[in-house]
Design a protein around this ligand. Structure first.
Ligand SMILES: Cc1cc2nc3c(=O)[nH]c(=O)nc-3n(C[C@H](O)[C@H](O)[C@H](O)COP(=O)(O)O)c2cc1C
Length: 412
């Protein structure tokens, strides 16, 4: 079987059918209106992914509260957003009724930007201050996630992604570093309480076929981060990460998106940069660990495929035709390491990627260069898109550089 057959074969997620193996990663684009509703710009981005025939789309980090948020114009999911989100989903379903869409529900916690919101923390990480969250506040955050899930279902989305990755609140609570003795910290039983109570509560409030899953940083890549052996241990230990996927699965999760790293201190594990494309191989190891620990029908989605590009990539040591994004993606699926491939930056570079593959127009695909200018736009709180291949965003980027200068470091 060639890679085209593998990547274009359908797949079940719970009771739903995904038309192919392409997953559009959640990609924050900072282009909502002041109330957190999608704008025309937001719609145009997703319309392209729908036309591009991504089988499964994860709507970017949408915050369950506007009190604490990472981006000034971040999508929000509260009762006031219900109407706009309904219209948004209705329009997208008209473009392509076969695409599945979930919303990535998030709370930014210590990654919230203090210039316009409240930075809160379960235990301040070095370099990040914040007001200590109380047990009552976390109880209330669970209520906000549950309400957001109900809104998500009522506006016509197919499901949710509980964001337990990249150092946002979901991962802050889970990590061993959260060793404060409180209802949500200290022992693994306490640190996993947020995730498990949350999914149990949501499951009771939504219909049986509503898709629930999670994108997780299996390993955060710093001492005390998720997937480490203790509150300050630099040693990797995946016992808790494995328990987490099993625990979420037992409580109703039907898919997982593998991820690594943390936006504050270990960004390159999350997004392999131009000079280190080989970091992508790490992701396959962790996706495979998830796959080995869940039921065969639970869908596992791998990350970090953008650096493989067409055959013209920086992955040396193997023949180019075996290292392209499609060849590598199909290989990972055929070898049973994962069921779908996630495209993040590539979905910016060419949102029509799956469509062009299906149509036999591979030679027209534009491949992500890992210039990381999209990331810089996000950090500068500008609307985000592909600077390399989309003129409008190239102009936004030029203006941003003029106004703020070059970024010294790429984080948060
Ligand atoms: C501009 C930008 C925004 C992102 N926004 C999100 C997000 O909202 N949620 C998330 O889980 N990951 C987010 N990510 C990470 C990607 O989803 C993905 O995991 C990462 O880029 C690796 O995949 P890739 O190599 O295909 O780009 C973002 C990355 C970038 C560059």
């Amino acid at each position: 079987m060639g890679y085209k057959d593998t990547l274009l074969s359908p797949l079940k997620i719970g009771k739903h059918t995904c038309i192919n193996r392409f997953f559009a990663q959640p990609m924050e684009c900072v282009d909502s209106d002041e109330e957190g509703n999608p704008t025309d710009l937001t719609y145009q981005r997703y319309e392209k992914l729908y036309k591009g025939e991504f089988g499964f789309v994860d709507l970017e980090a949408i915050t369950v509260t506007n009190e604490c948020r990472a981006r000034k114009t971040q999508l929000e999911i509260m009762p006031r957003n219900e109407k706009a989100l309904s219209v948004f989903i209705k329009r997208l379903k008209e473009v392509n009724p076969n695409v599945l869409i979930v919303f990535q529900l998030t709370h930014s916690g210590e990654i919230s930007e203090p210039d316009f919101s409240r930075r809160v923390t379960v235990k301040p990480l070095y370099g990040l201050e914040g007001e200590l969250l109380t047990e009552e506040e976390v109880d209330n955050i669970i209520n906000q996630f549950v309400l957001a899930s109900k809104i998500c279902e009522s506006v016509g989305a197919d499901g949710i992604d509980l964001k337990f990755c990249h150092g946002y609140l979901g991962s802050q609570i889970l990590r061993p570093y959260n060793d404060r003795d409180w209802k949500y910290g200290g022992s693994w039983q306490n640190r996993s309480r947020f995730a498990y109570d949350l999914i149990e509560r949501i499951k009771r409030e939504v219909s049986k076929d509503f898709i629930i899953g999670s994108k997780l940083s299996v390993w955060e890549g710093f001492p005390g981060g998720c997937g480490s052996a203790g509150p300050d241990s630099p040693l990797m230990d995946l016992t808790e990460s494995i328990d987490l996927v099993k625990g979420l699965e037992e409580r109703g999760a039907t898919y997982f998106v593998e991820s690594l790293g943390n936006v504050h201190s270990s960004m390159n594990f999350m997004e392999a940069v131009q000079d280190e494309p080989y970091l992508s191989y790490l992701h396959f190891y962790f996706a495979n660990i998830i796959k080995r620990n869940v039921k065969p029908e639970t869908v596992v989605i791998g990350s970090s495929f953008s650096p493989f590009r067409g055959a013209k990539n920086k992955l040396l040591s193997i023949e180019p035709e075996k290292s392209s994004m499609f060849a590598m993606g199909a290989r990972c699926i055929e070898d049973g390491m994962m069921d779908m491939i996630g495209l993040g930056r590539q979905s910016f570079a060419d949102p029509l990627t799956p469509f062009k593959l299906r149509e036999g127009r591979e030679n027209e695909i534009k491949y992500c260069t890992q210039c990381m200018n999209c990331e810089e736009l996000m950090i500068r709180q500008q609307s985000v898109g592909c600077v390399a291949f989309n003129k409008a965003y190239a102009e936004v980027f030029q203006k941003t550089r003029k106004q703020f200068g070059k970024l010294a470091e790429l984080h948060t």
